[in-house]
Design a protein around this ligand. Structure first.
Ligand code: NDP
Length: 320
């Protein structure tokens, strides 16, 4: 039987922003509920080692870090639900959420931490080799490719920025782009052109990522030149896919203000959205920094703002 339940605070998403919001609201005795979403633990669960989250001098594996954040949130009484929200009604308070399981939840305040999903090429080999040389995060995984030859796929600012960043480690970085002109800003293009370690591979798409997860991971990419149709193999040990991110905001329809790329717009120095009582934190509202630690920071902000909102509106909200 589908359930109908009401909570003061519901947090959507279980990445660093969601669990941090949970830790803070739970410590404020608000008994938050986290609805984990399609990818419990968020994007960090698809990376290997995380070396840049403060407090772990030896690094920490992504899934391990998320387990710790989850356990910390539970320790203070957060309820964590393995479910995902299919639709929302934010037209009035309490806000209403309908889940995949059929359960319906209502809440006085909603903290949205649904993140953004890296776009992938959609190749089976890409999926098989994720964490074994295929990554969508240079900041997270670049360090593991010291003195190796690797490839970045994409032609936007992110791809160029990642390629430049990766030259701190790799001996050579091929930038594979499907056209012969970059979408990235001119200044980024100039920086790339000045970097001798980066070699562009124009008019080319990745047909296959070569390698075996059990035998050393990635060892190359199969490329097709879209103009000549020529197919060739390029030896690389890492492939960074940087073809954009999609913020996970479809379930809010047009209720919340979004920018052109679909990211939720929050007020300056705040996580408040255009709807009172709805806050957004982490990658769903941040296309610039996209780091676990910045997501956690904005999760904390959202929790504090949600707490203040509840104090200010106590007694106003009704139950379903
Ligand atoms: P973009 O959408 O700007 O670029 C995506 C790139 O990937 C494009 O070059 C596109 O090719 C290519 N691409 C898309 N799909 C495929 C596919 N299926 N196969 C092969 N290639 C594909 O995304 P970014 O993540 O680069 O940037 C997102 C936003 O964030 C932008 O507004 C950007 O300016 C901003 N940003 C700014 C930074 C900065 O200022 N330092 C750093 C990073 C991002 P094509 O060009 O042919 O469409």
């Amino acid at each position: 039987m589908p359930e109908e339940r009401h909570h003061k605070v519901i947090i959507l998403g279980s990445g660093p922003a969601g669990y941090t919001a949970a830790i803070y609201t739970a410590r404020a005795s608000l008994k938050p509920v986290v609805i984990q979403g399609m990818q419990p633990g968020g994007q960090l669960t698809i990376t290997t080692e995380v070396d840049n989250f403060p407090g772990f001098e030896e690094g920490v594996d992504g899934p391990g870090l998320m387990e710790k954040l989850k356990a910390q949130a539970e320790r203070f009484g957060t309820e964590i639900l393995f479910d995902s929200v299919l639709s929302t009604d934010l037209s009035q308070r309490p806000f209403k959420l309908t889940c995949d399981s059929g359960d319906v939840y209502s809440c006085d305040t909603l903290v949205i931490c649904t993140g953004a999903s890296a776009r992938w090429l959609g190749l089976p080999s890409e999926k098989e080799l994720q964490g074994f040389g295929v990554s969508a995060c240079a900041t997270c995984d670049g360090f593991f490719f010291r003195d190796q030859e690797i490839a970045v796929v994409g032609g936007g600012d992110a791809a160029v920025e990642e390629a430049i960043f990766l030259t701190n480690f790799a001996s050579k970085v091929y930038l594979i782009h499907r056209r012969d002109a970059l979408r990235a800003e001119k200044i980024m293009q100039d920086r790339m052109a000045a970097n001798e370690k980066i070699e562009p591979v124009w008019d080319s798409v990745v047909e296959e990522i070569l390698g075996d997860p059990q035998k050393g991971g990635v060892n190359g990419v199969r490329l097709k030149n879209v103009k000549s149709n020529e197919v060739s193999d390029l030896a690389v040990t890492g492939v960074f896919v940087a073809i954009g991110h999609t913020p996970n905001t479809e379930i809010f329809g047009d209720a919340l203000d979004k920018d052109d790329a679909g990211y939720l717009i929050t007020k300056p120095d705040s996580t408040a959205t255009n709807i009172e009582g709805v806050f957004a934190a982490g990658d769903v509202q941040d296309k610039i920094y996209r780091q676990a630690v910045t997501a956690a920071g904005s999760g904390c902000m959202a929790a504090l703002e949600a707490e203040r909102f509840l104090q200010a509106t106590e007694g106003e909200a009704t139950r379903i």
